[in-house]
Design a protein around this ligand. Structure first.
Ligand SMILES: [Zn+2]
Length: 288
C-alpha cells in the first residue's frame, strides 16, 4: 500500500495511491503554529486514518529544501523553525512504515510522469504556480537533484530587478508571478480575488502590472527551455488555471525564444490537479 502526502502551508492532503490514481483520501488544515512537531503529528493522524494494512510505504512532499538523503528538512521557505528537522526518522518510529521525503515540485513531476501530462516523457520541466513557483527537472527520465539536492528551484531564476524574494535573495522570477504578489495587488486595489484581477488584465489600471508579471514568467520559462531543451513544460498549481494564461504568455515567449529552439515546446496544464503531488509522493520509495 503506497500512501502519498502533500504538505503545504495551508493544507495537508494524503491519499492511498493505486495504479496512478488516488483511491482513498484524507486532509486537514496545516496546524496554525506550522511547527514541525504539530505538523508531523497531523501527518501521522492522516496516515493512520488511511492505513488499512500494516505493510507499505509513505512518501511526503514538502515545500522547501531537503537533505540529499531525503531524510531531513534543511529549510522550508514559508514554514519557520523546520531547520534540520529529521522528519523521516521521527515518522518511521511512529508509523512503523518506511518514510521518504522530497520537494513538492519533484513530487508533482513524478505524479505527472506516472499518470499525468508527462507519461512517457524523458525530458520535461515541471512548474507549479502557486504561493511561489515550485519546480522540478526531469532529464533522461530521471529527476535532476544537483550537488546538494537543491536543483530545480526554477522560481528563483534571477532576473534584472531587485524585489526581495522569500528565499532571502532578490530579483527572482517568483516575486513577479506568485499568489502572494497577486494577493497584495488585490488588497491594494480593492479587487476581491486573483481570478478577477486576471479578468481585468486589459484595464488600463492593471495592464502594465500584468504585462510585467507575464514577462517575468516568460523569462523563467524561456531560461528553462534554453538550459534544458525539454520536450514540454508542464504547469500545475492554482495559478496555472487562470483562463487563457498560455495564450497570453505566447507573445512574451516567442520574442525571447532562440531560433534553434523553435517551434516552442508545448506548455501543458496538469490534468491531475491537486492529486499530482500526492501521486508523486506515493511513488517516492521506488524513485532514485
Ligand atoms: Zn528566491
Amino acid at each position: 500500500m503506497r500512501i502519498g502526502v502533500d504538505l503545504g502551508g495551508h493544507k495537508i492532503a494524503a491519499g492511498v495511491v493505486e495504479k496512478g490514481k488516488v483511491v482513498n483520501r484524507a486532509w486537514e488544515p496545516t496546524p496554525r503554529s506550522r511547527t514541525p512537531e504539530e505538523t508531523t503529528e497531523a501527518v501521522e493522524r492522516l496516515v493512520n486514518s488511511l492505513k488499512v494494512k500494516s505493510t507499505g510505504s509513505v512518501g511526503i512532499g514538502l515545500p522547501g529544501m531537503l537533505s540529499l538523503d531525503r531524510r531531513s528538512v534543511v529549510r522550508l521557505t514559508n514554514l519557520p523553525r523546520w531547520e534540520n528537522f529529521p522528519m523521516a526518522e521521527i515518522l518511521e518510529k511512529k508509523l512503523s512504515l518506511p518514510v521518504t521525503l522530497d520537494n513538492d515540485g519533484n513530487c508533482a513531476a513524478l505524479g505527472e510522469m506516472e499518470s499525468g501530462e508527462a507519461v512517457g516523457m524523458k525530458n520535461f520541466v515541471m512548474m507549479t504556480l502557486g504561493t511561489g513557483i515550485g519546480g522540478a527537472i526531469v532529464s533522461g527520465g530521471r529527476l535532476i537533484r544537483g550537488h546538494r539536492g537543491l536543483a530545480g528551484e526554477i522560481g528563483h531564476v534571477a532576473l534584472l530587478h531587485s524585489a526581495p524574494c522569500n528565499c532571502g535573495g532578490m530579483g527572482h522570477g517568483e516575486t513577479l508571478f506568485s499568489a502572494d504578489t497577486f494577493d497584495l495587488r488585490c488588497s491594494g486595489k480593492g479587487v476581491p480575488s486573483v481570478p478577477e484581477l486576471w479578468d481585468r488584465r486589459n484595464d488600463e489600471e492593471h495592464r502594465d502590472f500584468w504585462n510585467r508579471s507575464l514577462e517575468g514568467l516568460a523569462c523563467v520559462i524561456i531560461s528553462a527551455i534554453h538550459l534544458l531543451d525539454p520536450e514540454a513544460i508542464v504547469l500545475a498549481g492554482g495559478l496555472s488555471n487562470l483562463r487563457g494564461l498560455v495564450r497570453e504568455l505566447q507573445p512574451f515567449l516567442e520574442e525571447r525564444l532562440a531560433i534553434a529552439f523553435r517551434p516552442m515546446p508545448p506548455l501543458k496544464i496538469s490534468s491531475l490537479g491537486k492529486d499530482g503531488p500526492v501521486i508523486g509522493a506515493a511513488s517516492l520509495t521506488s524513485t532514485p
